[in-house]
Design a protein around this ligand. Structure first.
Ligand code: KIV
Length: 272
């Protein structure tokens, strides 16, 4: 029995397909914990991605590779407890789905069962086709991710724009069609030329969600800590900051420290 709030129309993969068909843009953001997910869901986001960027943003690792399946399940279940409307997609972490479709299925099932998430996301095309097929065959919705796929950073050697050359662009187009054919409900396109993203978007009936892929895609995704200005050092061209929360939080904490040191806090009305 679902515990979804009855008066809220939930975003499902079918709703997303209809949004693409009707030309409505899809807004997606990352979240990794209860408090942030609650705010993001109540603001009306369509999709929350429990991204493996948690490895960078929450744990301070240099790459997304170290995060484990158990850690992704912890983040995802915290997010699930907070939301009442959006679709929650969870990244399968590095090493949990590549190379062995049975392992991939087991990982996806653990995410769905133990966190209550609605879908999983995987990076890659043809190389992971068997895993994608097997996960979908178990009834688990899968979102693809092409272009700059951070789990392959040591193969790429750099976080620069992908698929600028014809051979890589052609492979990306074929991979997008393959993911659609296998039954994926959407594809993230990360850091690729806007023209290529536009061509891919027009070739698919499933939605494309861009990050650094221009405006001619079906939706956008950003890491919420980047959009909110909590991660100060990260300044790629595609990022638009909507707040400067690093400064807001630092100022608030400085004021608190000052008030404690000067015995200004707590005052009479703040005690029993
Ligand atoms: O892990 C993540 O945050 C992502 C987005 C950048 C698409 O995969």
């Amino acid at each position: 029995m679902s515990t979804a709030k009855k008066d809220v129309k939930r975003v499902t993969t079918h709703v997303l397909a209809a949004m693409k068909a009707q030309g409505q843009k899809i807004a997606m953001l990352t979240a990794y914990d209860y408090s942030m997910a609650r705010i993001i869901d109540s603001a009306g986001i369509d999709i929350i991605l429990v991204g493996d960027s948690a490895s960078n943003v929450m744990a301070g690792h240099e790459t997304t590779l170290p995060i484990t399946l158990d850690q992704m399940i912890y983040h995802a279940s915290s997010v699930i407890r907070a939301i009442s409307r959006c679709l929650v997609v969870v990244d399968l972490p590095f090493g949990s789905y590549q190379g062995n479709s049975k392992v991939a299925l087991d990982s996806a099932i653990r995410i769905m069962k133990e966190s209550g998430a609605h879908a999983v996301k995987v990076e890659g095309g043809e190389e992971i086709a068997d895993s994608v097929k097997r996960i979908i065959s178990a009834g688990v919705p899968v979102m693809g991710h092409l272009g700059l796929t951070p789990q392959s950073i040591y193969k790429f050697g750099t976080y620069t724009v992908r698929a600028k050359e014809e051979i890589e662009a052609e492979k990306l187009k074929q991979d997008a069609l393959l993911l659609q054919e296998l039954g994926c409900f959407g594809v993230v396109l990360e850091k690729i030329p806007a023209k290529l993203a536009s061509v891919v978007t027009k070739s698919l009936h499933i939605p494309t969600i861009g990050i650094g892929a221009g405006n001619d895609v079906d939706g956008q995704v950003l890491v919420s800590h980047d959009l909110l200005g909590i991660t100060k050092e990260f300044n790629p061209r595609f990022l638009r900051r909507y707040a400067e929360l690093y400064d807001v939080i630092e100022n608030a904490v400085s004021s608190y420290i000052e008030d404690v040191k000067s015995s200004d806090f707590p005052n009479e009305s703040e005690q029993y």
